[in-house]
Design a protein around this ligand. Structure first.
Ligand code: BYC
Ligand code: FE
Ligand code: FE
Length: 477
C-alpha cells in the first residue's frame, strides 16, 4: 500500500498525520467515502469548474487563507488545530483547575462523542441543503461565495472526523461513516438537528441560513472552544476563523437584497408588495417572513431552555459558555440562577431557574444580541432609501419546536394565541407556497457574465481578496 503516504501528503495538516499509522489507515478508508459523498451530494454539476477559493494550508497569518483557482473535488481539505496554549487548564465545572485533557476522559467518553457527532453532522447537512443553488446564482461573485462556504463546511466535517478517528477508536470510525450516510431531509435517515433537515430552496433562504444558522455554528463552536478536552477546543478555535466569512455572506446577501428592494421602491414610489414584486424585486414583507422562519428554526438549535444535558456538558468541563474565560464568576454556577421564558395562565412569563440548567438559554440570549445588531444594520440600509419599513425579530417563543415554547402558539409580538388564531395568520408570518413560488420564479437561470448581477440584488461593495467585482470568480470550462 505505497499510495498511503502519497495521499496523506495531500491532506494539509498540523497534527503530524504522517507519523500515526493507525490514524492514516482509518482516514484512508474514510477519504474515498467522503469523495463519493462530495460527488453525490456536493454542489450540483460543479466538479469541473475552476473556482477562485481560499484554502487553509497552515494556521499562521500567511497560510490560513491562500487564494487561487481550484476544482472543488481537488480542494485540499486539511486538518488544523490552533497551536496549544502552554499550561492550559479545564476552566469551569467540577474539574476546574485540572490540566486540560489531551485524551478523552473515560467517564465522559460517550457524552463527548455525542457532542462531536452532533457538531460534525451539521456540516455535510448544510452542503446537502445548498447543493442545487449554484444553478441559479445571481452572479459569479455569489456563486464563488456559496462554493467557498461549501468546501469549508466540508473541512469542518473533516475536523470532527479527525477527532473521532484519532480519539475514539472503533466506534469513532463507525460514527465517521454514519456522518456520510445520513441525509438532510431523508425520512429514514435524517440529519440529527431540526434546522438541518429543512430545505434551502432559494438564495434568499441561503443568505438567511448563513446569517442565522451559521451563526449558531459560531456560538456552538465558541462554547466547544472552551472545552476542557484540548483537541476539541483547538479544532473549534480554528474553525471559527472560517465561520466569519460564512456569516459575512449571509449578512451582506440579505443586506444587498433589501438595499435593492428599497432603492426600487423609492425610485418608483411604490410600497404595495404586489407592485414591488411586479418590478422584479423581493418585497420586504416576504423578506420578513423568511427572517421569521430562519430565526425561529435556528433558535431551536440551541436546545431546551431547561436542559440537564447542558448542565452535564458544563459541569464535566466539556462545553463552556460563550467566552467562558472572560466571564467574572466562580465558573461552577452552584448558586447562580437565570431567567427563562415560559407560558403560564395564557401569558409569557419569566421564571428563575438554576443557571446550570439554563445554559442553552443563556447561549441563545448571547446569540440573539448579535443577531439583533445585524438586523439593525439591514434597517439602516432601508432607512437610507427613505422607506419607512423596518425588519424585526419575532418573539423568542414564536414558531418554536424545542423547549418551553414548543406546542404553544405565540405571535411574533409575543401574545399567546389559540391554534386557530395562530393558523389563521400563518401565511402572514411565515413563508408560504406562494412566496416560495414567487422567489424561485425570480431566480431561474444563473448570471454568468463577470460583474453582472440579477435584478433582485445589489452588487457588493467590493470583490473578494483584492479582486474587482467583475473578476471571473468561476470559470465553467
Ligand atoms: N433538533 O437537553 P436538550 C453549525 C434534542 S450549527 C432536534 O434540550 P441539549 C453549522 C437533543 O439532542 C452548530 N433535536 O438539548 C451551521 C436531546 O436529545 P436526547 C452545531 C434536538 O442536548 C451552519 C433532546 O432534544 N453544533 O455548526 O442540551 C452550517 C433534549 O435536548 C434539537 C452543535 O449543536 C433540535 N434543534 O442541546 C454548518 C454543538 N435540540 O438526549 C454548520 C453540539 C435539542 O433526548 N451539540 N434536541 O436524545 C450540542 O451542544 C447539543 O446537542 C445541542 C442540544 C445544543 C444541539
Ligand atoms: Fe461549519
Ligand atoms: Fe459555516
Amino acid at each position: 500500500m505505497t499510495s498511503n503516504i502519497d495521499y496523506i501528503d495531500k491532506i494539509p495538516n498540523n497534527v503530524d498525520l504522517g507519523r500515526d499509522r493507525v490514524l492514516q489507515r482509518a482516514l484512508e478508508h474514510w477519504q474515498p467515502a467522503y469523495m463519493g459523498w462530495w460527488y453525490d451530494m456536493g454542489p450540483n454539476e460543479s466538479h469541473n469548474y475552476d473556482v477562485y477559493l481560499r484554502t487553509a494550508i497552515s494556521v499562521d497569518a500567511e497560510g490560513w487563507a491562500v487564494f487561487d483557482y481550484v476544482k472543488m473535488p481537488q480542494y485540499r481539505w486539511g486538518i488544523f488545530l490552533v497551536p496549544p496554549t502552554q499550561g492550559r487548564e479545564v476552566n469551569f465545572g467540577v474539574n476546574k483547575g485540572q490540566p486540560a485533557w489531551q485524551d478523552v476522559p473515560g467517564e465522559y467518553r460517550s457524552m463527548l462523542r455525542r457532542l462531536i457527532v452532533t457538531q460534525g453532522d451539521t456540516e455535510p447537512a448544510s452542503v446537502e441543503q445548498q447543493r442545487m443553488l449554484g444553478m441559479c446564482a445571481p452572479s459569479l461573485y455569489d456563486l464563488r461565495n456559496i462554493y467557498q462556504v461549501n468546501v469549508e463546511e466540508g473541512r469542518h466535517l473533516w475536523a470532527m472526523v479527525y477527532l473521532l478517528h484519532r480519539y475514539f477508536g472503533r466506534d469513532g470510525r463507525e460514527e465517521a461513516e454514519a456522518l456520510l450516510d445520513r441525509r438532510s431531509g431523508d425520512v429514514d435517515n435524517p440529519r440529527i438537528l431540526g434546522a438541518f433537515n429543512e430545505p434551502t430552496p432559494d438564495w434568499l433562504a441561503f443568505y438567511m441560513f448563513t446569517f442565522f444558522t451559521d451563526r449558531d455554528g459560531k456560538f456552538q463552536l465558541s462554547s466547544l472552544a472552551e472545552s476542557g478536552f484540548d483537541p476539541l477546543a483547538r479544532t473549534c478555535r480554528f474553525m471559527l476563523t472560517e465561520e466569519a466569512h460564512h456569516m459575512f455572506v449571509g449578512e451582506t446577501g440579505v443586506g444587498r437584497i433589501v438595499q435593492r428592494t428599497a432603492e426600487v421602491m423609492a425610485e418608483h414610489r411604490v410600497d404595495d408588495p404586489d407592485h414591488v414584486r411586479a418590478l422584479g424585486v423581493i418585497d420586504l414583507q416576504t423578506v420578513q417572513r423568511y427572517l421569521n422562519f430562519h430565526y425561529s428554526v435556528t433558535l431551536d438549535l440551541f436546545g431546551g431552555d431547561v436542559s440537564s444535558n447542558a448542565a452535564s456538558f458544563y459541569t464535566t468541563g466539556l462545553k463552556g459558555r460563550y467566552e467562558e474565560t472572560k466571564i467574572q464568576d466562580d465558573h461552577q454556577l452552584t448558586d447562580a440562577t437565570y431567567k427563562v421564558g415560559t407560558v403560564k395562565d395564557g401569558r409569557v412569563i419569566d421564571e428563575e431557574i438554576p443557571a446550570l440548567n439554563a445554559l442553552n438559554e443563556r447561549l441563545r440570549d448571547d446569540y440573539i444580541g448579535e443577531v439583533q445588531a445585524g438586523v439593525d444594520r439591514w434597517n439602516k440600509t432601508i432607512e437610507k432609501s427613505g422607506i419607512p419599513f423596518r425588519l424585526t425579530l419575532p418573539h423568542k417563543g414564536f414558531h418554536r419546536q424545542i423547549g418551553n415554547f414548543a406546542g404553544q402558539f405565540i405571535s411574533p409580538g409575543g401574545d399567546v394565541l389559540t391554534a386557530g388564531q395562530w393558523n389563521a395568520k400563518r401565511d402572514e408570518w411565515l413563508p408560504g407556497q406562494a412566496d416560495y413560488t414567487f422567489v424561485q420564479a425570480m431566480m431561474t437561470g444563473r448570471v454568468v457574465e463577470p460583474g453582472k448581477f440579477a435584478n433582485w440584488i445589489a452588487p457588493p461593495r467590493r470583490g473578494i481578496h483584492t479582486q474587482p467585482i467583475d473578476f471571473e470568480y468561476v470559470r465553467f470550462n
